[in-house]
Design a protein around this ligand. Structure first.
Ligand code: PFF
Length: 448
């Protein structure tokens, strides 16, 4: 495929919107609050912030450099940039990550659709205030049929956007929904702040108890940061490959990482005060947001309306992230296996549906789909971020630091010398990529 055959983003704004669209998703609004709740609150958040700017930001630049210089999918980019070497095998890790993540991501996306339907049916209006939302979530998510139907709808919607291709689908789609989601989360943050007992939520979020930090906390924070920023599995390689040579990599990376962090923190500030106010357990895992949000909606003026818009925008954020996952697999099938886009999307739908079904069924009370006491859902959720993305990110920084080398990295970061960024910043990022990040990631991996 020549450069002009490849799809590309239509505008610089479109690039940023699509990257932020990939980064901001269920990882911020569903996963981050429950990871905070499972890992003891403020101390986890501090470590998360440190990792995000000291490690994830450089990893983001590294993935971007590989994508834009390699102008290809994850496997192809490694092959082009290091011909004759075995580095391209690392690209296959991204395909494994796609399988693992898409399967539970689609299930949670399906939950989002179910909650949208419920909010349209006014199930979160003031009249529903006495409902036990924990019990209703448990009954729904451990069911046999309904979660599967909703999961399939999510899979099909995602596929429809990917079929439309990069510009028409992904870019046009993401432009409107992110700002809406942002405004709605702000509304929820404000409502949560005025709930009785909200203060306990803020202490939990902002008063660190460092005795709670274990090696588990470190790997969970690092994995969450990679997951949330779509790193370690080639999604940013693909999106980077669609970006023009004149675009500023540092600028795009910084904007994406910062906005992603803001969304995650806001989500936690919306959820945690309500968790304490309504007596929900902070460490109850993946159901946390779905149990807590309905309590907030039923306790606010116009709550039903806010719920409808909230779930619409949450779903669109989820879809814009899922399409970047699907795009990793689809571009691989198109460029490496010579499939048509439609066939590639078909293969992706089928695998997503099969693995999504297994994940969802594993949540049923007596399901045999468990490994070592963990449901497939929890297992995929945990190993994808804690290990697959982390190892993927390690390979990426090693590749850029030791194989691509400094001169090429600097050339890409400055778009061949045409973009002025302070040289010391690019150098600091390079040395983090070459030395600090690999050592940090390796240490955390070994100790966990
Ligand atoms: N970053 C997405 C989220 O926070 O929801 C999830 C994700 C998308 C992870 C794309 C990895 C990826 F390649």
């Amino acid at each position: 495929m020549t450069e002009s055959d490849r799809s590309s983003f239509g505008s610089r704004f479109g690039v940023i919107v699509a990257m932020v669209g990939s980064a901001v998703g269920l990882g911020n609004i569903w996963r981050f609050p429950y990871m905070v709740g499972e890992n003891g609150g403020a101390a986890f958040i501090l470590i998360y912030l440190a990792f995000s700017f000291l490690i994830s930001l450089p990893v983001f630049c590294a993935e971007f450099v590989i994508g834009r210089r390699g102008r290809s999918n994850a496997v192809g980019a490694f092959r082009k940039l290091a011909p004759g070497s075995k580095w391209y095998l690392g690209g296959f890790l991204s395909i494994i990550a796609v399988f693992l993540i898409l399967s539970f991501y689609s299930v949670v996306g399906g939950w989002g659709i179910k909650y949208l339907v419920d909010s349209v049916a006014l199930k979160f209006s003031a009249g529903a205030a006495g409902t036990d939302f924990g019990a209703s979530f448990a009954a729904f998510s451990t069911g046999k049929v309904a979660p599967l139907v909703y999961m399939l709808i999510f899979v099909l919607v995602t596929a429809a956007v990917v079929v439309l291709g990069v510009q028409k689908g992904i870019e046009r789609f993401s432009k409107w929904m992110m700002p809406l989601l942002f405004v709605l989360i702000l509304v929820l943050v404000v409502r949560s702040a005025f709930l009785p007992g909200a203060g306990a939520g803020y202490s939990y979020l902002f008063r660190p108890d460092f005795s709670k930090i274990t090696s588990e906390t470190l790997i969970a924070a690092l994995g969450q940061s990679f997951f949330s920023m779509s790193l370690g599995m080639g999604a940013i390689i693909i999106y980077g490959s669609y970006v023009k040579r004149s675009d500023n990599i540092l600028n795009h990376s910084l904007i994406t990482v910062s906005l992603d962090t803001v969304f995650a923190l806001l989500a936690a500030c919306a959820i945690m005060p309500a968790v304490f106010s309504f007596g929900v357990q902070p460490n109850q895992g993946p159901g946390l947001v779905f149990v807590t949000l309905p309590y907030i909606f039923t306790n606010m003026p116009l709550g039903s309306l806010v719920a409808v818009f909230f779930f619409i925008s949450l779903l669109l954020a989820a879809v814009s992230s899922a399409i970047s996952l699907v795009e990793v697999m689809v571009s691989f099938l198109i460029e490496e296996c010579r499939c048509s886009r439609k066939l590639a999307v078909g293969i992706s739908i089928a695998t997503q549906a099969i693995f999504g079904t297994l994940c969802s069924l594993s949540l049923m009370p007596d399901s045999p789909l468990k490994v070592g006491g963990l449901t497939l859902f929890d297992l995929f959720d945990k190993i994808s971020s804690d290990y697959v993305l982390t190892i993927g990110a390690l390979l990426i920084v090693l590749f850029v630091g030791w194989k691509i080398k400094k001169a090429n990295f600097m050339d890409e970061m400055t778009s061949g010398g045409t973009i002025r960024i302070p040289k010391w910043i690019a150098l600091v990022i390079f040395w983090i990529i070459k030395v600090v990040a690999p050592l940090a990631i390796l240490t955390i991996l070994i100790f966990s």
